[in-house]
Design a protein around this ligand. Structure first.
Ligand SMILES: [Zn+2]
Length: 292
């Protein structure tokens, strides 16, 4: 521990501090939840102390914006993600698969919880998620548009922001990018129909067999830092991070998510924002979405 006290060294103060440490801190130190252990490895040991000493935290002016986005819900991982982002009070955007909302009563209830949550934005991630047959799906632009409109009609998002399944495609104002050119016609049709398409700059990857994240919270933060620093984002000073709900089903992974969010808050370098704050993303209204 590198911290030292700030010069208040009267005997009474020392005795009081010693009593506090003995009564409260020591028993806590004996409690070893895996979560506490994990946090201790990541967070500076100052955390507990700064909570008890009410020094006002200087609010940095943050130029860089970070958008945390979670795809494919509602599914088995959504509840954990929602609980954690609510606990940590971090704004997060979910890209919802229409079909998943109606797949079970549990998922329908999850959808209701998402709608009720504060600081959460809900966006369109198609109805059928291409049935996971992406190449075939994007061959027919009109049916892709119909698929997204079906989700919009049934879930009534309050924004026009959408994300294409299995493809990193951007159509936001003047920002146009398509990872696989064969999907470009479908993306253009979605744009014409009134959707704003948001891809991602960085993905928190997971192993599709074990359904566990493959990168630690620490490494993700380092990747975010590096992407900003090297200007590897579609829009300077704006970074969209993609994650998937289903990667946080297991406690070891959801703990990693919690640590990640706590580290971001502790770091206090980026303005955590909802996707409608992304430059140009709110220029279209969901009311204007229609088949053209
Ligand atoms: Zn997806």
């Amino acid at each position: 521990m590198e911290s030292s006290d700030d010069g208040d060294s009267s005997t009474a103060a020392i005795v009081t501090k010693a009593t506090i440490i003995f009564l409260f801190v020591l028993p806590l130190a004996c409690y070893k939840s895996p979560f506490t252990e994990k946090l201790q490895t990541h967070l500076p040991t100052e955390t507990a102390k700064t909570k008890t000493v009410s020094t006002p935290v200087k609010k940095k002016s943050k130029k860089k914006k970070l958008y945390l986005t979670f795809d494919d819900g509602p599914n088995r991982g959504t509840k954990n993600v929602l609980t954690i982002v609510k606990d940590e009070q971090v704004p997060v955007s979910f890209f919802i698969v229409g079909e998943h909302v109606f797949a079970s009563l549990t998922q329908e209830k999850l959808w209701d919880s998402l709608k009720m949550a504060q600081n959460i934005e809900l966006c369109n991630h198609s109805f059928c998620h291409a049935g996971n047959k992406y190449q075939k799906y994007y061959q027919c632009p009109d049916s892709v548009v119909r698929d997204f409109i079906q989700t919009q009609d049934s879930l009534q998002f309050d924004n026009a922001i959408a994300r294409t399944p299995g493809r990193n495609i951007w159509r936001i104002d003047t920002l146009h990018f398509t990872d696989l050119k064969k999907s470009a016609a479908a993306a253009d049709s979605l744009e014409k129909a009134g959707f704003v398409l948001m891809g991602w700059d960085l993905e928190w990857q997971f192993d599709h067999k074990t359904m566990s994240v493959t990168t630690s919270a620490e490494k993700m933060i380092a990747q975010i830092d590096s992407a900003f620093k090297k200007n590897r984002t579609k829009c300077p000073d704006n970074l969209v991070m993609l994650a998937h709900d289903q990667a946080y089903v297991k406690s070891v992974d959801s703990m990693e998510l919690r640590v990640f969010l706590q580290m971001l808050k502790q770091k206090d370098e980026y303005d955590l924002s909802l996707v409608s704050d992304y430059p140009g993303a709110d220029k279209k209204s969901p009311d204007s979405i229609k088949l053209k």
